[in-house]
Design a binder for this molecule. Structure first.
Ligand code: PLP
Length: 453
């Protein structure tokens, strides 16, 4: 930090404060983790300075032999770990990985037939008329993705994200009675809508997804099944999700982030069948800028870690801890969406349990040293900004070695804060969905306990 402080002390201070915050507070954000020192060191070095557009052994720049080594290692570890035919380690983030995947499917299923029909190999060789027709065809494709309030992600075809502008999107949701994905409703919707891509995967669904059924539905309607396993990749890597619940044998294309339950550096990755490999490898420069060699080095390290037997214990502990947290919360009277969890996350309905919005609950918990995020719940009366839910996940605290006993205590701390917190008012005294009131004695006491834990 002294080296940084000599140049810009405010950055050094912010890094120091971030380390302290991550040590002192209870990190329950379901998409966060603590990467290992080996992963962090692999990322913080001179690889960052290297340009390496292209793919392993086929670069547009000279001097890429070391980048080739780490990119090949990252891909090899990913293939071995997940049993995938092909792995692409370049995406800079989960959103980028999804964009690469969308374009790969469009290239294979829309562009390739158009090129074949025109009798050319390259888009540059299409006549202006054929090119105009192909661009129209790109704009007319459909995607079926999980609705946001059921736990889907913005990149699965929603309007605020470019995927919603690229595709005509329809979403599938959950059964209001059970909170679980309604596969028969999904099948009916897919039959009517005939999407090019069905996207499975979520950011805030506390249960398992049956990818065998999803593939069956995709095959029936001629869609490509894409699974975004960003959240639960660590559970797939750790062999907690197997059989129907492991997306890799079922989907033609799988995307992930590397920094959530997988515990690697911030980044993304695409796994696919051999049939889509060529299109996926065109991710840069199709939608990605030059690859980040330092991050690919860190991906290789983190994936090597995830191939060790200890990672299986870790993944199982993540799920056991989420269950212990769920039980602790429900025993104290909290309502959880779907009544529990099968994976690494829980969604507390704080509106019905504690009379708070998600925003109020999130800030009351933060005041008490517990870091979470607000999240919409199905048919959320408070909308996507204030929300009625709090999402909590166990990947980070499990990395720190906390177990079921601590989870039960943390459930008690969360329950105490949310029971004590009350909706607040604006400066003018009007009810506010953003403000909360919490006795500072309670938040101080809980913060101290959070630090001790
Ligand atoms: N996909 C899912 C399911 C996610 O939950 C997220 C991030 O929260 C992303 C994609 C995007 O990842 P990134 O923030 O790395 O772009």
């Amino acid at each position: 930090l002294d080296v940084i402080r000599a140049v810009e002390p405010r950055v050094a201070d912010a890094i120091g404060q971030e380390i302290a915050d991550q040590r002192d507070m209870l990190k329950l954000i379901a998409s966060e983790n603590y990467a290992s020192p080996a992963t962090l060191l692999a990322m913080g070095n001179w690889f960052s300075d290297k340009y390496a557009e292209g793919t392993v052994g086929r670069r547009f720049y000279a001097g890429c032999r070391n980048v080739d080594t780490v990119e090949a290692l990252a891909a090899e570890h990913a293939r071995e770990l997940f049993g995938a035919e092909h792995a692409y380690a370049q995406p800079h983030s989960g959103i980028d990985a999804n964009l690469v995947a969308f374009w790969a499917v469009l290239a294979a299923r829309v562009e390739a037939p158009a090129l074949a029909k025109a009798g050319v190999r390259n888009v540059n060789d299409l006549s202006d008329a054929d090119w105009a027709e192909l661009r129209q065809a790109f704009g007319n494709q459909r995607m079926l993705g999980m609705s946001l309030d059921a736990g889907g992600h913005l990149t699965h075809g929603f309007r605020p994200n470019i995927s919603g502008k690229m595709f005509d999107q329809r979403s599938y949701g959950t059964d209001p009675a059970t909170g679980l994905i309604d596969y028969e409703a999904l099948r009916t919707s897919a039959r009517e809508f005939k999407p090019l891509i069905i996207v499975a995967g979520y950011s805030a669904y506390p249960r398992l997804v049956n990818f065998r059924i999803m593939r069956e539905i995709a095959d029936e309607v001629g869609a490509t099944l894409m699974v975004d396993m960003a959240h639960f990749a660590g559970l797939v890597a750790g062999k907690v999700l197997t059989g129907d619940f492991d997306p890799v044998p079922h989907a033609q294309i799988v995307t992930t982030t590397t920094h959530k339950s997988l515990r690697g550096p911030r980044g993304g990755m695409v796994l696919c069948d051999e049939s889509l490999a060529e299109q996926v490898d065109r991710g840069c420069p199709m939608v990605l800028g030059g690859p980040l060699p330092h991050v690919m080095a860190a991906k290789a390290v983190a994936l090597a870690e995830a191939r060790r037997p200890e990672f299986r214990d870790y993944a199982q502990a993540v799920v056991d801890n989420a269950r212990a947290l769920a039980e602790g919360l429900m025993r104290r009277g909290a309502t959880l969406v779907t009544g529990g969890t099968d994976n690494h996350l829980n969604l507390i309905d704080v509106a019905s349990s504690y009379g708070l919005t998600g925003r109020q609950a999130e800030s009351a918990l933060l005041d008490s040293g517990i870091v979470t995020n607000r999240n919409a719940i199905p048919a959320d009366p408070n909308g996507a900004w204030y929300t009625s839910g709090i999402r909590i996940g166990t990947p980070a605290l499990t990395t720190r070695g906390l177990g079921a006993t601590e989870m039960d205590e943390i459930a008690g701390l969360i329950d105490r804060v949310l029971t004590a917190a009350e909706p607040g008012t604006t400066a003018k005294g009007a009810p506010s969905k953003a403000q909360h009131v919490l006795d500072p004695k309670i938040s101080d006491e809980i913060s101290h306990r959070a630090t001790d834990l």
